[in-house]
Design a binder for this molecule. Structure first.
Ligand SMILES: [Zn+2]
Length: 121
């Protein structure tokens, strides 16, 4: 049963936002792959400080990639749920999630109440 809080036009808008987001994340993961490669530096031309710099840069890039991969998983799940007509229901309590919340975060899987409960747990 489609979410009664959402009309088809809103779902369509959220779906296209999700698809755009998915493309961006996929591009980020693809382009960022090089940044997460093991640090290989020419020891003769690069000093110790820039080596530490490079490792830090790499850690930042890796954390960003992990987050992007995680978000991509949630975006994919949301798109699957749209296709299956079960989009917009809280995975925890089964209540419909409002358009205001989904508009701000189309890949939200929990209603605000459950989200807050899961964060304070
Ligand atoms: Zn809920």
């Amino acid at each position: 049963m489609p979410n009664p809080e959402l009309d088809p036009e809103q779902i369509e808008r959220l779906r296209s936002a999700l698809e755009t987001h998915r493309d961006e994340l996929e591009a980020l993961l693809k382009n960022g792959a090089g940044a997460a490669e093991p640090v290989t530096l020419d020891q003769q031309s690069v000093g110790r400080v820039s080596r530490i710099d490079a490792i830090q840069q790499q850690q930042i890039a890796r954390a960003g990639q992990q987050q992007a991969a995680q978000t991509l998983g949630r975006v994919d799940l949301a798109l699957k749920r749209i296709a299956g007509g079960e989009y917009g229901y809280c995975l925890q309590c089964g209540e419909p999630v409002g358009y205001a919340r989904l508009g701000a975060q189309p890949f939200a899987t929990l209603c605000l109440d459950c989200q807050e409960a899961s964060e304070t747990r």
